[in-house]
Ligand binder design. Structure first.
Ligand SMILES: Nc1nc2c(c(=O)[nH]1)N[C@H]1C(S)=C(S)[C@@H](COP(=O)(O)OP(=O)(O)OC[C@H]3O[C@@H](n4cnc5c(N)ncnc54)[C@H](O)[C@@H]3O)O[C@H]1N2
Ligand code: MOO
Length: 500
């Protein structure tokens, strides 16, 4: 349902609807972008099939964010064209107008949208058992309920000794979790296990491997025992009431461990935003190899666990085909905080996302992003506190939409902290798009981030073995240049364990 764009004239670039490799091949021959003309009220017309650079005027769908409008509506050249959509399909062409925003701007809008929805929702924090709290965000600080350790304890297996040696070693011993031993007198020693309570009168612990017992049962030190040696004193880690973690901390496996060690059975946490996934497309099979022009649905299996790793609770994954009525019913009937659609974001004959948003009067907060792949992605407000993320159907483009719009939206709805951006050197030069950001799968090696092949919008072969996506700015990156990376959840260790 897609026809290739043809653009002529200065600044023309034909890559809008080509895959990345094709597009980049063309870039080499294309002239540079025209200068921005802040005075231009309307972008110049685009040729008939520049549809991805355009969004769609359908009914009441409105562009809400003033910055969104200003970001691109007045731009000229490839990122600021406006015109009718592609060639008519069975259902005829869809009208469109360009409003794509830059990649950083799109992320900022998604994050702020989530933040204000979370503020408006005033959702009560949950009390969650530890075994259900992984991946949530603390809604209240975690304060120590007792000293840690809560008693003086041995750090080693060996003997608790009193005063200088040699010592008279008793036959009994003291184990972790057992009753306290009677106090030691000067010159006495008792066998002790790691974690056992230190008897009163103990001056240090002699490690098992540093002591020797003679025929008369006297214990000799092979290494001097300094006062306090290998004793963990009560309160060494914290005192009762100390603040261990701030509200807003992500509950990782280590946080669960600390909370348990500190005596917590439940955590006070922010509820996960509820997400419903609507998979669009008549061409999708749910089992077996592709056949007869049909393909396997790659997104239904991929998105739920990925969304969960972003802090969401996925309430349903529904396959709707290319049925405008079904999409309308599903969107209007959903009680999810966020509806995620896949496919149907462009202006083809059965691309129903924009028309549906128009029909229900949704506000388009982001309508196209200057990023490859994934530029037709969108973010809309359906109702107060209910949003829709439209992911393009091409699978890597959908990943791009997931990380560009869904991740910041869900992160702020889930009150998760923003990851620290970190740059890394790219081992190889990466060809850039002339005007758009590129997200390129990379593996992380000693020599830097290594860009992967198979990074076309319809391909998952690169990302399936990637550790991160490199954010390649317009114009590209040189070999050895530092580039921002977006970690993929399975490579970022931490909360990647949230996939189940
Ligand atoms: N005339 C133009 N056509 C297209 C343009 C353009 O600028 N002008 N942009 C292209 C780009 S870029 C993308 S991305 C896609 C986005 O299209 P949609 O979001 O409407 O997605 P569909 O058309 O429904 O599907 C696109 C492609 O992806 C396949 N697909 C869809 N869903 C799945 C799934 N769940 N699993 C695997 N593959 C899926 C689908 O079969 C298509 O091949 O539009 C271009 N067209
Ligand atoms: O080719 Mo499209 O850039 O969004 O996947």
């Amino acid at each position: 349902m897609t026809a290739r764009g043809v653009r002529t004239g200065p600044g023309a670039w034909q890559g809008d609807d080509l895959d990345v490799e094709e597009a980049l091949a063309l870039v080499k021959e294309a002239p540079g972008p025209p200068e921005e003309d802040p005075g231009a009220a309307e972008p110049e017309p685009a040729p008939p099939d520049q549809r991805h650079r355009t969004s769609h005027q359908h009914g009441a769908a409105t562009q809400h964010d003033p910055a969104t409008r200003g970001d691109s509506a007045t731009r000229r050249g490839p990122a600021g064209r406006r015109g009718p959509a592609g060639p008519p399909g069975p259902a005829g062409p869809q009208e469109s107008s360009h409003r794509a925003v830059s990649w950083p701007r799109a992320r900022a809008i998604a994050e702020e949208t989530g933040r204000s929805a979370a503020r408006a929702a005033h959702r009560a924090p949950l009390s969650v058992p530890l075994d259900a709290a992984l991946g949530l965000t603390l809604a209240a600080p975690l304060d120590a309920l007792s000293d840690l350790p809560s008693f003086d304890t041995s750090a080693m297996d060996g003997w608790a000794v009193s005063g200088p040696g040699p010592w008279k070693a008793g036959r009994d011993g003291v184990l972790a979790g057992h009753a306290a031993h009677r106090p030691l007198a000067d010159g006495e020693a008792v066998g002790i296990a790691t974690g056992a309570r230190i008897p009163d009168g103990t001056t240090g612990v002699l490690r098992g491997e540093h002591g020797r017992t003679d025929d008369r049962g006297r214990l000799h030190a092979l290494h001097a025992v300094v006062p306090g040696q290998d004793i963990r004193p009560r309160g060494q880690e914290c005192r009762s009431g100390d603040r261990l973690l701030m509200a807003g901390t992500l509950v990782t496996p280590a946080v669960l461990g600390l909370a348990a060690a500190a005596g917590y059975d439940t955590l006070t946490a922010v509820a996960r935003p509820r997400v419903e996934v609507l998979v669009l497309g008549d061409e999708l099979l749910t089992q077996g190899p592709p056949r007869d022009g049909l393909i396997r649905d790659a997104l239904g299996p991929m998105l739920p666990s990925w969304l969960r790793s972003m802090g969401a609770e996925v309430t349903a994954v529904r396959r709707l085909g290319d049925d405008a009525g079904a999409l309308h019913r599903a969107v209007t009937g959903s009680d999810a905080d966020v509806v995620v659609t896949t496919g149907g974001t462009a202006a083809g004959p059965v691309d129903h996302v924009h028309p549906t948003l128009g029909r229900i009067g949704a506000e388009l907060l982001v309508d196209g992003v200057e990023v490859r792949p994934g530029h037709p992605m969108l973010l809309a407000r359906l109702r107060e506190r209910q949003h829709l993320v439209g992911l393009p159907g091409n699978p890597l483009a959908a990943v791009s939409g997931l990380l560009t719009l869904a991740e910041p939206l869900l992160r702020s709805l889930a009150a998760r902290p923003a990851p620290e951006p970190y740059p890394l050197r790219l081992r190889d030069a990466v060809q850039g798009h002339p005007y758009d950001t590129r997200l390129v799968p990379v593996v992380l090696r000693d020599e830097g981030a290594v860009p992967l092949h198979y990074n076309g919008p319809a391909m998952l072969r690169g990302i399936a073995v990637a550790d991160a996506l490199a954010v390649v700015p317009p114009g590209g990156t040189r070999r050895g240049q530092e580039t921002e990376l977006l970690d993929l959840p399975w490579a970022a260790a931490g909360i990647g364990v949230c996939f189940t």
